[in-house]
Ligand binder design. Structure first.
Ligand SMILES: Nc1ncnc2c1ncn2[C@@H]1O[C@H](COP(=O)(O)OP(=O)(O)O)[C@@H](O)[C@H]1O
Ligand SMILES: [Mg+2]
Length: 327
């Protein structure tokens, strides 16, 4: 499978090479290579179970790798965890704020832990609060906030010490529209100020709107790395998808991709012509849907894995079950 080469960065803040990690017999990372340059946003995209959290956790020293290297600003992040940690801002997948104190108190605690001096910290809290639109919440008890508000505070904490490398793990999962927009905006701005941002998400549409470089992780492997539009142009053609109430008519199988006995997918440069061609074979059948899937990251994923993204769970141990199902 062709994976486009990683663009060369004059200044790679994060450099990951050959990273492997197993949990017992389950291979969560199977040799991951990844670079994020200064001023760059990389959207780390992958379905649940792809290995995103494992990768991010290893980069910041929360989990151990079995093999491979991680460098942050040229420093060995696997050996010099403590030294590297100060350069990293992490908003982990599960939000963590202390519920019984105010938002400001939370930010102060984490800022002090990051080594910020009192006066600088006070100014910085105002800045990050403004960036995430939580100024009005600073004196509220953190435990009284909504999920989206907590998500913003959690993200603000990761930014306090102006990290060289910002790691956001599913920062927008379950977030409201406003929070999502704020966070995406912040991702762009943080990169514009010169930091490297690795932003994990399982939402395809979000990555498309971000318009950044995208690395697609699937079952512990990088299956695509490049500019989102270029990936689409390189890998994806439209797909006609036909679903039937009963079994797909045998005449339609004929060497085509099918997910199960009731649905068939036909990659084609000309969906209308393909549909016209198939009409005689479809006539009289109980069709439940006809869909044209236009080239998008979804189609890139389908082309590279044989599975639809929104149906994928990415358990690495499971055999790939794509291909024509037996009827
Ligand atoms: N602590 C753990 N123990 C055992 N298996 C784990 C553990 N953490 C993650 N896994 C497994 O490793 C794979 C990758 O998980 P994860 O890195 O959380 O993926 P993602 O963040 O992309 O959803 C999954 O199959 C998950 O079930
Ligand atoms: Mg995760």
């Amino acid at each position: 499978m062709d994976v486009p080469a990683v663009p060369a960065h004059s200044e790679a803040v994060l450099h990951v090479s050959g990273l492997r990690k197993s949990y017992g017999g389950l291979e969560a990372l199977r040799g991951v290579d990844l670079d994020v340059g200064a001023g760059e946003v990389v959207a780390l995209l992958g379905p649940n179970g792809a290995g995103k959290t494992t990768l991010i956790s290893i980069v910041c020293g929360l989990r151990r790798a079995d093999a491979g290297t991680v460098e942050v600003d040229g420093l060995d992040a696997l050996a010099r965890t403590a030294q590297v940690r100060g350069r990293i801002g992490l908003a982990a997948q599960d939000t963590g704020v202390y519920p019984v104190v105010s938002v400001r108190h939370n930010l102060t605690l984490f800022g002090q832990l990051a080594g910020l001096e009192r006066r600088a910290l006070r100014t910085r809290i105002e800045e990050v609060a403004q960036a995430l639109d939580i100024t009005d919440l600073l004196d509220r008890l953190a435990g009284s906030l909504s999920g989206g508000q907590k998500r913003r505070v959690h993200t603000a904490i990761a930014l306090l010490h102006r990290p060289r490398l910002l790691l956001l793990d599913e920062a927008t999962t379950g977030a409201d529209v406003e929070t999502r927009a704020r966070i995406l905006d912040l991702v762009r701005r943080t990169a514009a100020e010169g930091s490297a941002v690795l932003y994990s998400t399982h939402y395809l549409a979000e990555v498309e709107s971000l318009g950044s470089r995208v690395v697609i992780l699937d079952r512990g492997r990088v299956i695509a790395d490049g500019d989102a539009r270029e990936l689409v142009a390189a890998h994806a053609v439209p797909v006609v998808e036909l679903s039937f109430a009963g079994d797909v008519p045998p005449a339609l199988w004929d060497g085509r991709i099918g997910e199960d006995g009731r649905r068939i997918r036909i990659p084609t440069r000309d969906p209308a012509a393909t549909l016209a061609e198939l009409l005689p074979q479809i006539a009289g059948q109980q069709l439940t849907s006809v869909e044209i899937l236009h080239p998008s990251l979804e189609a890139v994923y389908l082309a590279l894995t044989g599975r639809r993204y929104d149906e994928a769970d990415s358990e690495p141990t499971r055999e790939n079950v794509s291909g024509v199902a037996a009827t």
